[in-house]
Design a protein. Structure first.
Length: 573
């Protein structure tokens, strides 16, 4: 009886803390009744609850459920799909754009300027989500992304299109991490893996379906609809979120009012001014290296040196200002955080190599249309979607997440190795089976680094962690796509020298992957296809190496569980 009374009193004190009362104050009759309901094993599930978060910080927080939760997940999934779609849909529209604007020299900027703007601002967005309303900040970034899409669709010149892509990149920088921040605020830790799996698996359809949708719109409507398509989908997501209350996790300084001046003073704009040049210079170096300039040119060496100097200055400044930093060292020094960042960077490097070079194999080596290429990618897409949801549910049920990441790395490594054996005459059964294995592996590990970071950070630090991991995902993907392009180019040139020495190699390369059959004779075609196949195979070597490194990095995430012991008090609000 004494133990039971002690338990009731503890619940009353926690309920009083949640409602802002001093713990020594006498609780109201309603609160006392709620505490007694808890101690009597009341199983009624409220629509909104407060509970202590699964990490080291004592943090009472409300969550959402039911229809409200469904609408939130639907909205953030649509936005994540938009970002993935926007990154890939432009690929099939670029040839028509260059014809309309006579802007072949600008081709590289159409894709890279989005990436540059996105990476440069990414960490700052995490700081914004810790200081401002998550819903309003998310909607502001979505509006900026929509404005950029509108500028691209209405562009009357190549320069206007490039500006529009930059604006869309700035808007997109705060959307993926904002979506993950909103999910973290809406759900307790053990329920997040399943919902993040749903969001990320359906969002990945944008990468796979982007070239297909872009090809259809460009052929039957206009390339401008590759950008206009973002407007109705983004508008619908805005309507879903507009009237919904999203729980907040803001960092508040005691006794300080939240004004524009105080928020700006806490954003670490000096750190941002050092970080942005670092990311831009490094990405420009890897985009241009081996393509526009040689790797030993003064331009590339200067960009790398400038990026390294900016990074060192940024790290020194972040160390100097401590917890006020854009990326505090208290977050960076956690082994789980930086190992999770390594995992996600390598994971998405491998994923993007599959997404970009498997269609080249189908469209060039196998000779199928862009539409059928998208159909041929379905085995990996469907298996990835299924496993992503299943793994998310099982992580929530079983608690442990690191084994899923390790298993993912093993399966994707094997699948990439098998895909490096693809030949022009490889049977359908083989490439379908290889894709299913790759999809199962990717689905098992897709959201695991995000789960790991959210499990070890304080709730108020989660937006910073999400911004950091999204930056690594985008930055790492950009780096390794540039590496893959270099590897593919060298493999293609070597293959042409070996299998088709009589063809005009510059003409074959200039024709592009889908038009190669138009510039070579039937007698030369088989050798050219072997050369393209060799270039693609070499890219899968890179994917296999990235996946093997993912396994090693996964060990650093530890063997924590999302099912830590919670406080006993769960009160209705």
């Amino acid at each position: 009886m004494e133990t039971e009374n002690k338990f009731k009193n503890e619940n009353i004190r926690e309920a009083s803390f949640e409602l802002g009362r001093p713990q020594g104050a006498a609780p109201s009759k309603d609160i006392a009744k709620e505490a007694e309901d808890v101690s009597s094993n009341d199983k009624t599930a409220p629509t909104t609850t407060t509970t202590t978060e699964n990490n080291d910080e004592e943090f009472e927080h409300e969550y959402i459920s039911g229809l409200t939760l469904f609408l939130v997940i639907t909205a953030v999934t649509l936005v994540f799909f938009l970002i993935m779609l926007d990154m890939s849909i432009i690929v099939t529209a670029i040839p028509r754009i260059t014809s309309d604007f006579h802007s072949l020299p600008d081709v590289g900027w159409y894709g890279s300027v989005f990436l540059l703007a996105n990476c440069a601002v990414q960490p700052l967005t995490g700081k914004l989500y810790t200081k401002l309303s998550s819903k309003l900040t998310f909607l502001a970034f979505l509006l900026l992304f929509e404005v950029g899409s509108l500028l691209c669709g209405a562009a009357v010149s190549s320069n206007m299109l490039i500006i529009g892509r930059a604006v869309a990149g700035l808007g997109g920088s705060g959307l993926t991490n904002g979506a993950l921040t909103i999910i973290a605020a809406a759900l307790p830790m053990h329920k997040r893996p399943a919902m993040m799996g749903v969001m990320m698996s359906f969002g990945q359809l944008g990468i796979i379906g982007g070239p297909l949708i872009g090809g259809v719109l460009t052929q039957y409507a206009s390339w401008r609809w590759c950008f206009y398509i973002n407007l109705p989908i983004g508008g619908f997501a805005t309507l879903l979120l507009f009237k919904i209350h999203i729980p907040e996790r803001l960092i508040k300084v005691s006794g300080e009012k939240s004004t524009i001046k105080t928020v700006l003073s806490q954003l670490d704009l000096i750190g941002f001014s050092l970080f942005a040049p670092f990311s831009i210079m490094v990405l420009m170096a890897v985009q241009w290296g081996g393509q526009k300039y040689s790797w030993t040119s003064s331009t590339i060496i200067g960009l790398f040196c400038g990026g390294a100097g900016a990074l060192l200055a940024f790290l020194a400044w972040e160390w100097h200002i401590g917890e006020k930093a854009m990326i505090p060292f208290s977050v960076l020094r956690k082994r789980v955080v930086w190992c999770s960042c390594l995992v996600t960077g390598l994971f998405f490097a491998s994923l993007l190599v599959f997404s970009y070079y498997l269609p080249i194999y189908f469209q060039t080596v196998k000779g199928v249309s862009p539409t059928m290429s998208g159909v041929y990618m379905l085995p990996s897409v469907l298996s990835q979607m299924a496993t992503s949801v299943v793994s998310g549910v099982l992580v929530g049920k079983l608690g442990y997440y690191t084994p899923w990441s390790m298993g993912s790395a093993i399966m994707v490594s094997i699948a990439a190795g098998l895909m490096s054996t693809l030949k022009p005459n490889t049977s359908n059964a083989k490439w379908i089976g290889y894709q299913i294995l790759a999809g199962l592996g990717r689905g098992a590990g897709l959201q695991i680094p995000i789960v790991a970071i959210q499990n070890v950070l304080q709730p108020s630090q989660i937006p910073i962690g999400m911004a950091l991991i999204m930056f690594i995902q985008t930055f790492g993907g950009g780096l390794f796509l540039a590496f893959a392009q270099t590897i593919f180019s060298h493999g293609l040139i070597d293959g042409l020298e070996r299998f088709a020495p009589s063809v005009d190699a510059p003409a074959v390369i200039a024709a592009g992957a889908t038009a190669v059959r138009n510039v070579v004779s039937p007698e030369q075609l088989s050798g050219v296809l072997e050369a393209y196949n060799l270039g693609v195979d070499h890219c899968f070597y890179l994917a296999a190496a990235c996946s093997a490194a993912t396994f090693a990095a996964s060990l650093g995430m530890g063997f924590g569980s999302v099912k830590k012991e919670k406080k006993a008090a769960v009160v209705k609000v």
